[in-house]
Design a protein around this ligand. Sequence first.
Ligand SMILES: Cc1cc2nc3c(=O)[nH]c(=O)nc-3n(C[C@H](O)[C@H](O)[C@H](O)COP(=O)(O)O)c2cc1C
Length: 174
Amino acid sequence: MKKIVLLYWGKGGNVENTAHEVYKMFDSHIIDMFDLVSFDIRTIENYDLMILGHSTIGAENWEDAVADNEWNRFFRKIESKGGCSISAASFGLGDQVLYPDNFVDGLGIYKDEMDKLNISTIGSWPSDGYNFTDSDGEKDGFFYGLALDVDNEPELSEDRIKEWTDKIKKEIGI
Ligand SMILES: Cc1cc2nc3c(=O)[nH]c(=O)nc-3n(C[C@H](O)[C@H](O)[C@H](O)COP(=O)(O)O)c2cc1C
């Protein structure tokens, strides 16, 4: 049986709420969910796919935001155990109105980390229908994962999550 682990960070805001919405789209027998800090990295090989949920925070001070955050610590832990064999899909939260030049940049930053670690990624998502000027999370008309803007268009999230998780299920054959 295919097993999925959904890991999210941070807690108590939009990312956590959205993680619960994503979790509900899967049969509870095949998915476990943890906030990133509570996850025991030694169990990662029990899963076939990790779904990573994060937000982009820190356009003005990227270097600090990226170097000193829980996702960085997570990827360094994977690196120090010599990589991992499971694949990954991401959803990323951002704000197109306040940060149109950096919309969901995190999707691109974490995609780079996964490429460096040879983690294969699935779940790209078309960038049509969003309003932004630039994003490190997008290439050739596709985001590297699901982009969500619950600050400005919360009414679109449910359908996007449904469609994206259907796509993930198809891609992993469940
Ligand atoms: C200080 C700060 C910086 C942000 N920088 C970006 C950004 O560069 N790009 C973007 O798309 N969204 C940015 N956002 C918007 C957040 O990603 C968005 O509000 C998200 O839903 C927050 O999730 P949370 O409530 O779980 O923290 C920023 C928000 C804050 C507070």
